[in-house]
Ligand binder design. Structure first.
Ligand code: AMP
Length: 428
């Protein structure tokens, strides 16, 4: 569907053309028409699907075509992290470039003063993280009584981070007569309750519910915990990579790994929540511009980040949940580009691998690096836990070709699809 078929103001049509979108993505096709009619939305669209423009364009259209009910904030977008707030702000600026609509970000870790000024000067769109917005509301710097549209983005992450009570408090300060859009990758009971409380007859949008983009090739790399860094370096040497995003389980492991790969000559930055806002911005900007070829990050820091050119996501540590896996690899293979997700797996990761494969609908291919010293003789194990039933249909329903199930050269365990390197020590 072409953007020109949406009844958007000419200034928005021109901006869409200027940023280079021609066809709407599926989530935009599903969300923009009801959002333009003023309906509430509840969406399970994953990041990388064009979700941001799907809510930003209807907001801009509404602000351009309806008079303000009162002075102050007219649209509020609440999001869990500063990086996401900046990213959404960038989309608002780009798509609103031919309008006079003003927007500002509100998040912690930076000074109050510029935010206070923006809020008091009558900014129409606020993109905010919950804690700092509540601070401003408490100080009387912001007034949400004129908010006509409220968007809650990445609500599942806000739940994980304990922001839900803050979010409820914020929403309670907006008028009852408003349009509300809620986006979340998953819906835990708390989120379903929130949705029931704040949405009115919402239009449901379910795009790519839990399955990641088909433009990503998934591969498992079995390894012993102690050999992870050595294997990572070999993988980097042997793989034709562009920008590589590496995930670790903890901030400490991110720092340590970043230092190790830096010593091996890779231009590396690190992103986690103990870094200052300046350091985080500098890492992201440098990674986006290509100054850094590797970015080592933790889950929360990298959630939802839009970095268009990530060629490889490497899970140095297995993510805790399937959801985190989907979010991590959502950083590559974006907007029809091809991407690769390599996951280092140890014997302890069997259960998570099985869960991920169930969501993907088939076994993930395994890559073993020729000549790499895996330390000890590997003892192949069929997955510790038994695999869920796999019907031929579940295979057929997946896209065919090398983009799924890993590299052509990958070896597959005949029974389990996975062969883990397990040392006698690790098992004993
Ligand atoms: P998002 O899911 O909102 O983070 O968007 C992911 C990426 O897709 C961003 O870089 C957007 O600029 C890009 N994008 C959004 N909509 C379109 C579109 N209709 N055509 C091409 N790229 C798009």
């Amino acid at each position: 569907m072409k953007f020109s078929s949406f009844p958007l103001d000419d200034r928005l049509q021109r901006a869409v053309a200027a940023v280079g979108y021609s066809k709407a993505t599926p989530v935009q096709e599903a969300a923009i028409p009801p959002a333009l009619e003023g309906r509430d939305l509840i969406g399970t669209a994953q990041t990388g699907t064009g979700k941001t423009a799907a809510f930003v364009l209807p907001i801009l259209q509404s602000l351009l075509t309806t008079p303000a009910r009162r002075k102050g904030v007219r649209a509020l977008i609440v999001t869990p992290t500063r990086e996401l707030a900046e990213q959404i702000h960038e989309a608002v600026r780009e798509l609103g470039r031919f309008t006079k609509i003003r927007s500002a970000t509100v998040y912690g870790g930076v000074g109050f003063e510029p935010q206070t000024r923006a809020l008091r000067n009558g900014t129409e769109i606020i993109i905010a993280c919950p804690g700092r917005l509540l601070d401003h509301l408490g100080r009387g710097n912001a007034d949400l009584r004129g908010a006509e549209i409220v968007v809650l983005d990445e609500a599942d992450r806000m739940l994980d981070m304990g922001f839900l009570p803050d979010v409820r408090r914020i929403v309670s300060q907006t008028p009852r007569e408003r349009q509300t859009m809620l986006f979340s990758a998953t819906f835990a009971p708390e989120l379903s309750r929130l949705a029931a409380d704040i949405l009115r007859h919402p239009q449901r949008i379910e795009i790519g519910v839990s399955a990641p983009a088909d433009t990503v090739e998934h591969t498992l790399c079995p390894v012993d915990q102690r050999e992870k860094t050595a294997l990572l370096l070999r993988l980097l040497e042997e793989t034709d990579t562009g920008s590589v995003l590496v995930f670790t389980r903890t901030k400490h492991r991110a720092d340590r790994l970043a230092a190790q790969v830096k010593r091996s000559g890779y231009r590396t930055a690190v992103l986690h929540s103990n870094r200052t806002q300046n350091q985080r911005q500098q890492a992201l900007d440098g990674f986006r511009s290509g100054r850094y070829e590797l970015l080592v990050a933790t889950d929360i820091a990298a959630r939802g980040l839009d970095i268009a050119t990530v060629s490889h996501v490497i899970n140095y540590d297995m993510p805790g949940t399937v959801d985190d896996y989907i979010h991590r690899i959502g950083r590559t293979g974006r907007a029809e580009r091809r991407g690769e997700a390599l996951t280092l797996v140890t014997a302890d990761d069997c259960a998570t691998v099985r869960d991920i494969e169930r969501v993907l609908g088939g076994a993930i291919g395994v890559r073993r690096v020729e000549g790499f010293d895996y330390g000890m003789p590997t003892v192949p194990i069929a997955n510790g836990a038994s695999r869920g039933p796999r019907t031929p249909t579940s295979y057929r329903s997946r896209p065919k070709g090398p983009s799924y199930g890993g590299r052509k050269s990958n070896r597959r365990h005949p029974a389990a699809g996975l062969q883990l390197a397990r040392t006698p020590m690790a098992t004993g």
